[in-house]
Write a protein that binds this ligand. Structure first.
Ligand code: MG
Length: 277
């Protein structure tokens, strides 16, 4: 038997216009390929492709001068050689920082990418993108507006639509307003009581949850409702395979090597292909 592709498992349509679908993969590289290259860098995006990813996730936030960059934390210290708040630092200063040396000598000099650069590399490599809008506090609407406008301007129309996700409801609201056709994912740490209402409010196509807090009951509630469920961050290959076997749509992982290997070794690991709405 041919091993099933590690590509696509689920198509989602909500928020993508009548009849439109988006094909989600089973595996999504977290912040690029976070265990193999510095997170949220162009080197990380290329590494994800090299490791066999078809999709990646990354974080977008704004510099002090309103430029969208790939960055996770509110502060510069952990992933660059700079200091201070991202929201208080201009793009020119951020561009002088080293965002790779902290991870390993081989990545020294790797810059913080602009969102535009990252989109260019993803499009060139044919990678699908789960864009997490990660605003600094108080900049939710602005960050979403800039991120979505950039996607509308630059993401090639002949490639699968990006999947936008955010923990910030205000970002989802703005994204829906500016690009109703671009699917949105509701990102949460745990399943709340009113998760259906929250998803409906922003017309979200998928639900993204922390795998740590997801019990069987919660998982079943989501999958039985036919909602594509994306779990983060699963770095164990066997567990990732089990999630997918039990109805989870996609897993986001730092360890593309392990997770893709576990799926290749178990070609029947995929849940059924589900067309939703
Ligand atoms: Mg993220």
């Amino acid at each position: 038997m041919q091993p099933r592709s590690t590509e696509a498992a689920t198509e989602i349509g909500r928020g993508a216009g009548a009849g439109a679908t988006l094909r989600l993969p089973r595996v999504i590289g977290h912040r690029g390929a976070a265990a193999a290259a510095p997170e949220n860098t162009l080197a990380g995006i290329r590494k994800a492709k090299e490791l066999g990813a078809s999709w990646i996730e990354f974080d977008v936030k704004l510099t002090s001068d309103g430029e969208p960059i790939l960055f996770h934390d509110d502060r510069l210290e952990r992933t660059t050689d700079g200091r201070g708040a991202v929201a208080a630092t201009a793009l020119a200063a951020i561009r002088r920082l080293d965002a790779g040396g902290w991870f390993g000598a081989a990545f020294r000099g790797e810059p913080v990418p602009t969102f535009e650069e990252a989109l260019g590399v993803c499009a060139e490599l044919g990678l699908g993108i789960n864009v997490e809008i990660k605003p600094c506090r108080g900049r939710e609407a602005e960050t979403a507006a800039v991120a979505v406008a950039t996607l509308l301007r630059l993401w090639p129309k002949d490639l699968p639509s990006p999947l936008i996700a955010s923990f910030a409801p205000e970002c989802l609201r703005v994204a829906r307003e500016l690009a109703p056709e671009m699917p949105r994912g509701y990102l949460a740490d745990r399943l709340s009581r009113n998760w259906r209402d929250l998803m409906a409010r922003h017309d979200c196509a998928s639900l993204h949850l922390n795998r740590r807090w997801l019990g069987v009951r919660q998982r079943t509630a989501v999958t039985a409702a036919g909602i594509p469920l994306v779990l983060y961050t699963e770095n164990d290959g066997t567990r990732a395979r089990r999630h997918l076997e039990s109805g989870v749509t996609s897993v986001i992982t730092d360890r593309l090597d392990r997770v893709l290997a576990a799926l290749t070794a178990a070609p029947d690991a995929s849940g059924a292909v589900v067309r939703l709405r």
